[in-house]
Design a binder for this molecule. Structure first.
Ligand SMILES: [Cu+2]
Length: 78
């Protein structure tokens, strides 16, 4: 587990993305999210259709993360 400093404001979220259907999708999602500053510990699953991740809300918003997933072709179910 990474250590956090008080300059960071890490939040953990689980997002539901029903279009994740295979390992290729998982790779696409994880690569897209891992490229973002402020996002870490991305774990996507084709079985559960869930994406677990940590993000630093001082660096990136959840809305931005959802927009990136939209663009990648895996819209988050709300
Ligand atoms: Cu796929």
């Amino acid at each position: 587990m990474a250590t956090t400093t008080d300059t960071q404001n890490i939040e953990h979220v689980t997002l539901q993305a029903p279009d994740i259907s295979c390992g290729h999708c998982v790779q696409t999602v994880q690569t897209a999210l891992n490229n973002l500053d402020g996002v870490s510990n991305v774990l996507a699953s084709a079985e559960t259709k869930l994406i677990d991740l940590d993000f630093d809300s001082d660096v990136i918003s959840l809305g931005k993360i959802e927009a990136i997933l939209d663009e990648a072709g895996y819209p988050v179910k709300r």
